[in-house]
Design a protein around this ligand. Structure first.
Ligand code: NAP
Length: 250
């Protein structure tokens, strides 16, 4: 039994989990189970999908959850839609912890595209030196454009590697500071960055370096998320939980 369920996979979810653990709150964290070696979590943690909306409703009911905090990645839209629908059906209170998107600044050369396949088209026919900072799920479409040199960064190794002749893999977990990003992008002579608009500071370094070096950024547009009461920070989520009576007695 746990009164609060956090749907995680983000820095903010981990920060919220830490705050709740410090308060001794009755909470569980849920991870998709995408990474082989997740960072140690300060709360009881479950891994893997629930089995769609019906599975999540069942989980919420049998676990005695009273409040659901959707602190998933801004591109994890399916989970956010499931959270919105399941919370209404169970029913439980729902809060979305949403990280604001990065905004274009003067000097940014951004092209927004709908998905990885569109990003491949936007790269063009002429060989480029592209940095793919996308996460492993979005990489396969680039096999259709083997003329480019790829620098590919991911938390876990890309298995099997992409079927392209020229790719360099970097296995690393953020945050990445500006100096490190600059070194990486300059040493590999990258001319184009392909990424998501993740927001936050942990992966913003490459965007700042792209601006400084005049590199082109092809950015996958954020998916549409369901309407939900939302906050932008873990601190605000704690206030919401306190106001909702979820921290009473802890
Ligand atoms: P998704 O498309 O929203 O979710 C697909 C399914 O994964 C969900 O329907 C759910 O399965 C399960 N799932 C997702 N998040 C979960 C959680 N916190 N706890 C339990 N189950 C969860 O999300 P995705 O496939 O993970 O990722 C979509 C995009 O987001 C990718 O581009 C990825 O790079 C990015 N992203 C995701 C995460 C993450 O932790 N999920 C972190 C960083 C980036 P059921 O339907 O069976 O419940």
């Amino acid at each position: 039994m746990s009164r609060i369920l956090i749907l995680g996979g983000t820095t903010e979810a981990r920060e919220l989990a830490t705050m709740l653990a410090q308060r001794g709150a009755d909470a569980t964290l849920s991870l998709a189970g995408r990474t082989a070696t997740p960072v140690a979590m300060p709360l009881p943690t479950r891994h893997g999908g629930f089995g769609g909306i019906a599975g999540l409703v069942e989980y919420l009911r049998t676990s005695g959850t009273e409040a659901l905090v959707d602190a998933t990645h801004p591109y994890a839209a399916a989970m956010s839609h499931h959270a919105a629908e399941a919370s209404a059906l169970a029913p439980v209170k729902l809060l979305a912890l949403r990280r604001p998107a990065w905004r274009r600044q003067e000097g940014d050369d951004w092209l927004e595209v709908g998905d990885a396949a569109e990003a491949v088209s936007a790269l063009g026919a002429a060989p480029r030196r592209a940095f793919l900072a996308l996460g492993r799920q979005e990489l396969r479409p680039f096999e259709a454009a083997p003329q480019h040199r790829y620098l590919i960064r991911s938390v876990d190794p890309v298995e099997p590697p992409l079927a392209v002749p020229d790719a360099l893999y970097v296995v690393a977990r953020g945050p990445f500071d500006i100096a490190w990003e600059r070194l990486l992008l300059e040493s590999e002579a990258v001319d184009t960055i392909i990424c998501k608009n993740s927001g936050g500071t942990a992966t913003y370094g490459k965007i700042a370096v792209a601006r400084a070096l005049g590199l082109r950024v092809i950015m996958l547009r954020r998916p549409t998320l369901p309407e939900a009461e939302s906050v932008a920070t873990p601190e605000a989520a704690m206030e919401w939980l306190a106001h909702a009576g979820m921290l009473r007695g802890v």
